[in-house]
Design a protein around this ligand. Structure first.
Ligand SMILES: Cc1cc2nc3c(=O)[nH]c(=O)nc-3n(C[C@H](O)[C@H](O)[C@H](O)COP(=O)(O)OP(=O)(O)OC[C@H]3O[C@@H](n4cnc5c(N)ncnc54)[C@H](O)[C@@H]3O)c2cc1C
Length: 512
């Protein structure tokens, strides 16, 4: 029976069971469409990377004997939307069935479910075979009415279920579930960095096609030396390079930032994971195997810290997304209303930490977790930027930004806009944290130790004002109450001076 199977741009897993055997009745459809390039303005590298990966998978499937119908962004018969192109392919091949893999985004889930109901053919949604858990796995782990879902509790259940880093008697390796307190050191030039394992593809022809089609993007395309993987072989080589060279120091310097390196010891595997070139299980297992082979070189703290990101945070975030969408998107529990300053699109601010983190994001479509959370995110949170504006910027800028993982990280973890459902404390920091964890303050024209003077670091006044504004809400929070009580203990004149300073900073936000 002639069957059309749709493959989305983040479904590039060549090991999906769909491809186990060649069936001449099956046509695989991949399409580069404006409905996907235009729902938010994306970083140029993100559009190139997804299209390059799709083209490569199509080549591989064809080489293996599968039938493939591919729509390039500039093709004359490309109607630039899933439904229209699919109807065209149905007619071309005389389709009798339609199949698609479970999408990861709410928007596409709804669109494809509607299409499946109305396309006139029997339609089936197949599992994507990527995640360790079902969409509702996290929700099933917790009590539906619980005020807060603690990641740690879910993570432990995944460890038990998968046996990752678990002894035979059901206890965790080393007797502890979490080695975070061994991590979180600043990096001061030692140990040596692992060096880059980036690729250098020439994607100038593809970039010209994207530009000629009129797709609006921002950020550097880096098309001559394109660093992101196109296929599984390249992604596996990057996984191997990270496990060998980056993982040993990953834990210790997980929270560090430095102006000489955008990644330090981070893996930069999120793109390969999110487009499903790599599976979370194989990435976690590779880390555990390396630790088991050489526990002296690859400490348990590093391995556990990394495994927690992949099988804990990543799966948990996805579960929160599916449990809370679509209402979650509009969360704004702290009532923040400001627009993003224009320098989020240029990186041109005198605050050195933000200039680095934003400039790097615009240049490379990448920033590591602490740059996202404690520099960019914390600025937006304490300055009072509207979470939706923050969320849209993050969704566009990062190579790995797909809504299911980006939105809860921004709205919940970073902007605390969900009332603390996801994160047990707001991630707000002043200059002292940036100064401790990075070298950014050394090259800054602002004074990280000053709160109120003309050259005082703006992060300081924003930070204290944030606790003053939200003191009722956070005073009893055991993880953060001390900062709030410190703010409340300030003399009224000092509190007033902070508020006045923040009013001025807000008025001058475009030129900070
Ligand atoms: C405000 C904010 C926005 C974020 N937006 C995204 C996003 O759009 N897409 C995305 O994949 N991650 C996002 N993250 C999570 C995390 O910052 C990135 O996964 C990570 O920086 C990617 O770089 P890496 O591959 O070098 O990660 P590493 O530090 O090497 O971590 C390994 C892997 O763990 C996973 N991981 C780590 N932390 C998280 C997390 N909090 N949630 C989900 N997975 C995690 C990622 O797959 C990552 O590749 C965001 C975090 C914050 C605070």
């Amino acid at each position: 029976m002639a069957t059309v199977r749709l493959i989305l741009g983040d479904q590039l897993n060549p090991r999906h069971s769909w491809f186990d055997r060649v069936d001449p009745q099956v046509t695989y459809v991949l399409m580069e469409v404006r409905s996907e390039t235009d729902y938010v303005k994306h970083h140029a590298q993100k559009v190139i990377a997804v299209f390059a990966g799709m083209r490569r998978l199509a080549e591989q499937l064809q080489a293996a004997g599968h039938r493939v119908r591919y729509f390039r962004i500039g093709d004359a018969d490309n109607r630039q939307a899933f439904a229209e192109n699919l109807r065209q392919v149905f007619a071309e091949v005389g389709a009798r069935r339609f199949e698609y893999q479970e999408p990861d985004e709410h928007r596409l889930d709804e669109d494809l479910a509607t299409f499946a109901r109305t396309c006139g053919l029997p339609a089936t949604m197949a599992p994507s075979e990527h995640f360790l858990d079902a969409r509702d796995g996290v929700a099933r782990h917790f009590q539906p009415a619980a005020k807060r879902w603690l990641m740690e509790s879910y993570y432990r259940s995944v460890r038990v279920r998968t046996g990752l880093l678990m002894e035979r008697d059901g206890t965790p390796y080393g007797g502890k579930w979490n080695y975070d307190h061994d991590n979180r050191q600043p990096w001061k030039g030692r140990p040596g960095l692992p060096g880059a394992w980036d690729l250098a593809h020439d994607h100038r022809a593809l970039w010209s096609e994207i530009e000629a089609a009129g797709v609006r993007t921002f950020g550097s395309p880096s098309a001559e030396r394109f660093p992101w993987p196109r296929d599984r072989v390249e992604a596996l080589a990057q996984l191997d390079a990270f496990i060998t060279r980056g993982l040993p120091e990953f834990g210790a310097y997980e929270d560090a930032m430095h102006s000489t390196s955008d990644r330090l010891f981070h893996s930069r595997l999120s793109f390969a994971l999110n487009v499903k070139l790599l599976s979370p299980r194989e990435v976690a297992e590779a880390a555990v195997r390396r630790h088991e082979a050489d526990p002296d070189a690859v400490p348990l703290a590093a391995t556990e810290g990394f495994v927690r990101q992949i099988v804990g945070w990543r799966e948990y975030i996805r579960g929160v997304y599916w449990a809370k969408m679509p209402a979650y998107r509009d969360s704004n529990d702290l009532g923040h209303q400001m627009d993003l300053p224009g320098w989020f699109w240029t990186g041109e601010t005198r605050m050195n930490c933000l200039r680095h983190a934003i400039g790097q994001s615009l240049g490379t479509a990448y920033a590591h977790h602490i740059q996202r959370l404690m520099v960019i995110g914390s600025f937006c949170l304490t300055a009072g930027i509207h979470p939706r504006a923050v969320e849209q910027w993050f969704l566009g800028v990062y190579i790995d930004a797909f809504e299911w993982v980006e939105l809860p990280n921004v709205v919940g973890m970073s902007q605390h806009a969900d009332g603390g459902f996801l994160a047990s404390k707001p991630y707000a920091c002043a200059a002292s944290y940036i100064s401790k964890m990075s070298d950014y303050c050394a090259g800054c024209g602002y004074d990280p130790k000053d709160r109120l003077g003309p050259l005082a670091c703006p992060l300081n006044a924003f930070y204290w004002d944030f606790w003053l504004r939200h003191q009722q809400r956070f005073a009893n929070n055991p993880r953060i109450g001390m900062a709030v009580r410190q703010a409340m203990a300030m003399k009224p004149a000092e509190q007033a001076a902070i508020r006045a300073k923040v009013a001025q900073l807000r008025a001058d936000i475009e030129t900070l």
